[in-house]
Design a protein around this ligand. Structure first.
Ligand code: PEP
Length: 250
């Protein structure tokens, strides 16, 4: 049995005061929820405050990115041990916005993932095709390539500290969710890729989240799919009421 994860990616939103207000509203709403792991990924500046707010609750804190070097002259970057120190248990790696706007590649995804899991974090590694790639019939090939390039060299033990998020770029922030059929087809493709590289045990155990305009009214139909093990939620995770509803309906 794979335990579902509902993770919220705040992107570049929320100050410290807004972070505290979010947790004040969210925590009472999710009392008694036990069926899934709950993860919130604030911006770097709010990680410590979020970790303080989440202490003693069932919410884990995630960063949205990390650098692979342990320390040094890398202006603007954040190391794994700094994230652990700030109270993170997870980090997102290879989000499509980082691939598109900040030159993230499968190679940097692999280096970051290795550093994260060696340093004690759980990595949520994002993959997903662009609309042009889907329209050209290349969606499966693109995602297989990303999975192999980013995660192909890890051992089974290392892979147990990784969750994959399938996020079709055309569905992120657009209000256009992949149908459960499309999402399930791509999740199966990803699981098949893990099976080919790492064998049946890793393929059966790895959790694959769907991301792309997940909302309270579509989470249940996505979660009915056998190979969808949760969601990475952007816009709808900013509002505590809608994030709580997604968690409850998942
Ligand atoms: C995301 O940022 O990972 C995401 C899926 O965003 P949204 O839910 O807003 O589409």
């Amino acid at each position: 049995m794979r335990r579902p994860i509902i993770a919220g990616n705040w992107k570049m939103f929320k100050t410290l005061a807004e972070t505290r207000a979010f947790f004040d509203a969210l925590i009472p709403e999710i009392q008694g929820v036990e069926h899934c792991e709950i993860v919130v990924a604030p911006p770097f500046t709010a990680l410590s405050a979020a970790a303080e707010e989440a202490e003693g609750t069932r919410v884990s804190i995630s960063a949205q990115d990390v650098f692979w070097e342990p320390q040094g002259a890398f202006t603007g970057e954040i190391a794994v041990r700094m994230l652990v120190d700030a109270g993170c248990a997870y980090t997102i790696i290879g989000h499509s916005e980082r691939r598109q706007f900040f030159a993230e590649t499968d190679e940097t995804v692999e280096r970051k993932t290795r550093a994260a899991i060696n340093g004690g974090l759980h990595a949520i590694v994002c993959v997903g095709e662009m609309l042009t790639e889907r329209d050209a019939g290349q969606a499966a090939a693109v995602v297989r390539h990303q999975v192999k390039g980013g995660l192909g060299k890890f051992s089974e033990t290392e892979l147990s500290r990784v969750t994959i998020a399938y996020e079709p770029v055309w569905a992120i922030g657009t209000g256009r969710t992949a149908t459960p059929e499309i999402a399930e087809e791509m999740h199966l493709e990803i699981r098949k890729t893990i099976l080919e590289i790492h064998g049946p045990s890793s393929a059966g155990a790895i959790r694959i989240l769907y991301g792309g305009s997940v909302k309270p009214d579509n989470i249940a139909s996505l979660m009915k799919c056998d190979d969808i093990d949760g969601a990475l939620v952007g816009g709808a995770s900013l509002d505590p009421a809608s994030f709580a509803a997604i968690i409850k309906y998942s």
